[in-house]
Structure formats: C-alpha cells, structure tokens
Design a protein around this ligand. Structure first.
Ligand code: RET
Length: 317
C-alpha cells in the first residue's frame, strides 16, 4: 500500500531530509558585524528622538510617535542581536557557489530579522493606514496578510531545498495584496481628508511601496539564491530597514505635526478630560475654545459632529 503512494509522486520527504547542520561555512565577518552595530546605534538614536519628540505635544495626540518609536526600538534590539552574531540558524544552501564569499555547503540565516519584521511591519502598516483614516477591519485584515508574508519568508529561509521558493511565491502574493490596500484602498480613503494628510500618506506610502518590493529581491539574493555574502546581506537589508523605519518614521511624524488626529477619526482622552467622547480631544485642550477653527487644513465636514462648540469642561480646564 505504501509503495503505491510513493509511486503516486509525493517525494517531499525525500527532497527535504531531516538534516540540521551546526557549523556555518558562509558566515558574517567583523565587517558585517561593524555595520550591524552602526545600524543598531541609528535605530536606538531614532527611538530616543521619536520619544523626545512625543513629549513636545499633548499626550492624547501621541499615537503616531508611540507606534514609530516602538518600531525603531524593536529594530535596535534585532540589530543588536545580529551585530553580536546571534539569532541565526545554520542551513544547507540549495546552490553551492564557487565565488569565495559564498563558497561552502551551509549558510548562516538570521531568523531574528523575521521576528523583528513580524512585530514591526504591522506597526508600520498601522502608522500608514491610520493616516489614511482606514477602517479597523481593513487595517486588521491587511496586518494578517502581512504576517503571512513575513512567516512564509521565514519558513522559506530556513528550508534548504527548492521548496523554499514556494514560500517566496506565497509571501510575494501576500505583498501584492498589502500593496493593493495601500495604493488603491488607502488612497481612496484619503480623498476626504485635508491636503496635509493626503500628502503625508502619499509620500510615506510611496516610500513604503518602493522599499517593500526590494525585500523579496534581497531575499532571493541572500537566503534564497546564496548569491551575495552575509556581509552584503547585512548592508542590503540594513539600508532598506534604515529607510523603512527611521526615515519613514521621521517623514510620517513631520507630516503629523499639522494633522489633527480627530480628522482621521482618532479620539483619545487626557486624564483630566471628563467628557472626551463629546469633543475632538486635539487642539481643544490647548486653545480651550472652538477647535474647528483652530485646526488648520481640517475639513469641518469630517470633524464637525465632534469638534463644534465649547463643552463646559473645555472652558473649565
Ligand atoms: C520576504 C520573503 C518572502 C517574500 C516577501 C518578503 C517581503 C518582506 C518585506 C519585509 C519588509 C520589512 C520591513 C522592515 C522594516 O524595517 C519575507 C523577504 C514579499 C516586504 C519594512
């Protein structure tokens, strides 16, 4: 009976043997580690700057600062790990190369990179999709597909046989879905927002789409194809991550300096805010008066139900 099934053509277990080598032939050198330390420092510095920046605005408006600082914080820990030559698994390469920088049978694969991305890419998407004022179900669904993309990338990277490319295909299909929601659905939603929110979304979204499509290429050259060395892998992913996290974050927070979160449907309470649900919670605190007039570039039609008039508690504060 078993023979019949074998002849039917399922050779998966023959192709993917249970082999886990422990010594990596193709590994990071001190140059690569130095670069990882440099990226660690930039990520940590960006975290401090984003946190400090958040103290300059009212607490109820800090959501984007908190999300963005969390992104660089997690990245700095992941980069600390890779700079220390930790957080990797040794995997048999599919393609044995003659080029000395990638010669050998086994390669160091930094799985910690994917743990970083698993946490931070949903936060990046949240930053972006909240800026577009997208509804919660769309945000959650996009995040789920994004997690599929990261997990398939990780599983593929840890597989030695050609089956790894199947995971790359799943991941890339997921990326197209995420991109659709950013480019088409997100942009539709920004149409009813202020020009400032529209341009912030446009610039940050364009940067995201451009960068994110370079990741599967990097994967193909590093974990997949074993074409470039772990040191070059460090530089490739490092530059992408620097642009996708600190640079993206700075652009986004700069844009949000003049965007009222209430315009995006975000209302948060201050601890001294008794009736936050009845007003915007944004400039009302600082101006104590009509918040609609005080928010530059905000279309009153969007925020009118929650921002008009002065609530008794506003003038009391
Ligand atoms: C993988 C391999 C599988 C196919 C695809 C991938 C895409 C990864 C992306 C990662 C983005 C990471 C970011 C990190 C921030 O610092 C997993 C490489 C499509 C898009 C933005």
């Amino acid at each position: 009976m078993a023979e019949i099934f074998k002849r039917a053509g399922n050779d998966a277990l023959d192709v993917n043997k249970n082999v886990q080598p422990t010594i990596g032939d193709i590994s990071l050198t001190t140059h690569g580690s130095d670069w990882y330390w440099a990226v660690t420092a930039v990520m940590a510095l960006a975290t401090i700057i984003f946190m400090a920046w958040s103290f300059t605005i009212p607490r109820s408006n800090r959501i984007f600062h908190y999300i963005t600082a969390s992104i660089t914080l997690v990245a700095s820990i992941a980069y600390f790990t890779m700079a220390s030559n930790l957080g990797y698994a040794v995997i048999d390469v599919e393609f044995v190369r003659s080029n000395p920088v990638v010669a050998g049978m086994t390669r160091e694969i930094f799985y910690v990179r994917y743990i970083d991305w698993f946490v931070t890419t949903p936060l990046l998407l949240t930053d972006l999709m909240l800026t577009a004022g997208l509804p919660l179900p769309t945000i959650l669904y996009t995040i789920l597909i994004d997690e599929v993309m990261i997990v398939t990338g990780l599983v593929g990277a840890l597989i030695s046989s050609r089956y790894k490319w199947g995971y790359w295909v799943f991941g890339t299909a997921a990326l197209f879905f995420v991109a659709y929601n950013i480019v088409i659905v997100g942009r539709q939603h920004t149409k009813r927002l202020s020009t400032r929110a529209q341009s912030t979304y446009l610039y940050c979204g364009a940067l995201t789409i451009f960068l994110w499509f370079l990741y599967p290429i990097a994967w193909g050259l590093c974990e997949g194809g074993n074409i470039i060395s772990p040191d070059s892998e460090a530089v490739f992913y490092g530059i992408l991550d620097l642009l996708a996290k600190p640079v993206f974050g700075a652009m986004l927070l700069f844009g949000h300096q003049k965007i009222d979160p209430a315009e995006l449907g975000l209302h948060f309470r201050e601890y001294d805010d008794v009736a936050a649900g009845e007003k915007s919670g944004f400039l009302g605190h600082r101006n104590g008066a009509n918040t609609t007039a005080a928010a530059p570039g905000v279309e009153t039609s969007v925020t009118a139900p929650t921002t008009t008039g002065t609530h008794p508690t506003t003038s009391a504060v």
